[in-house]
Design a protein around this ligand. Structure first.
Ligand code: SF4
Length: 359
């Protein structure tokens, strides 16, 4: 802000100013400023104000002349610096003390630190939570929201990320000194619409589209997902929407009356409807659920049966790559799995006899 904050305050005062414990009124031509039970006449610039008034005035100037005016963005920026929502008069000096050191909050896998800059301005640093202890020199530096969108496209191994809110954001980058508008744009590039939906939820205005309604809207090849039975819908939510797979908190259910039993997750921002990845998965499972279960007989030792259990767990939890070749006791160890295949499989399949239970 180039203009002196007191000059801006004088301009706004005829309409009355009350913000975060600051009260400003024009008495004739005189600007009266009150904070924390004290009043002063502001007839000069910021430099002429008593020290105890300065944080309140610069804070007001930031929120009225620099911060975005969109309610969702403002609420998010205030949440970032833990601003009191009720405008507690003692909040500003205490908040400024905290902001001098930096106030850090987590949004998905983003670690966002707000610090105080010149005359109440805020600066925001964004990095991956796993890079919390990295020095800036060891990270790739960016400042443009387009760079955030590009970073978010692939995980640390270069694989495309179909779900932006999956906990697979790559590490090794930092946006070191963003202004408020750019910070909001960067967060939106990493996690689209999360600020808006978080705000709607806080405001009581989150419109949720439940599964049955979302399924009924599908056309073409996805039309069939309305046939997914509720039991399978529970398994699908457990597979896709758990915190280990998605950082959103699921707020949709089967329908407005029928909640799913699966935990919703602990994410900061809500999920208001089944996403395209979930719909694609539901299509797959709708097809699979058309098959009837059958009973098969095949031979395994108890250890081999336990190995299959471990294999499924390791794949489902994404741990296969962590299992080293030397860890032969692990069910999903590559050599051990190859041994099982060599011993029990024929032509890539486990030979099994289908049992006729009606016989
Ligand atoms: S539907 Fe599930 S996986 Fe998709 S965004 Fe919502 S919570 Fe995440």
């Amino acid at each position: 802000m180039d203009r002196d904050p007191v000059e801006a305050l004088r301009e706004a005062a005829p309409d009355g100013v009350e913000y975060d414990g600051l009260i400003a009124r024009l008495e004739g031509e005189t600007l009266q400023v009150a904070v924390d039970g004290s009043t002063t006449v502001a007839d000069g610039t910021l430099a002429d104000l008593p020290d105890s008034f300065v944080p309140f005035v610069t804070n007001w100037a930031f929120w009225h002349a620099i911060a975005p005016q969109r309610p969702a963005d403002r609420a998010f920026l205030r949440w970032l610096e833990r601003a009191h929502e009720d405008g507690d008069q003692s909040a500003v000096p205490a908040r400024y003390d905290d902001l001098e050191d930096g106030v850090t909050r987590t949004w998905g896998q983003l670690r966002i630190t707000t610090t105080l800059a010149d005359r109440g301005q805020r600066r925001y640093e964004v990095r991956h939570v796993d890079d919390r202890d990295a020095s800036i020199g060891d990270l790739q530096t960016y400042g443009d929201p387009d760079a955030a969108a590009e970073i978010a496209r692939r995980d640390d191994r270069g694989r495309y990320r179909p779900l932006r809110t999956a906990p697979t954001l790559p590490t090794g980058w930092v946006f070191p000194a963003l202004g408020p508008e750019t910070l909001v744009a960067v967060v939106g590039a990493f996690y689209p619409a999360t600020i808006e939906n978080w705000y709607r939820e806080r405001d009581g205005g989150l419109d949720v589209t439940h599964y049955r309604e979302a399924a009924d809207r599908q056309t073409g090849r996805y039309r069939s997902i309305s046939e997914l039975p509720v039991e399978a819908l529970e398994w699908a939510a457990e597979a896709c929407c758990a915190d280990s797979q998605c950082l959103k908190r699921r707020e949709w259910d089967e329908d407005g009356e029928t909640e799913l039993d699966v935990p919703r997750g602990d994410g900061e921002f809500p999920c208001r409807e089944p996403c395209s990845l979930f719909v694609a998965a539901a299509k797959e499972w709708t097809d699979l659920e058309r098959e009837q279960s059958r009973t098969y007989e095949f031979e395994l030792t108890p250890s081999e049966k336990a190995q299959l259990d471990e294999l499924v767990d390791a794949v489902a939890d994404g741990r296969v790559d962590e299992i080293r070749e030397a860890e032969l006791g692990e069910g999903a160890n590559r050599y051990r799995t190859r041994y099982l295949r060599a011993k029990r499989f024929e032509d890539g399949a486990l030979p099994a006899t289908e049992r006729d239970d009606d016989a």
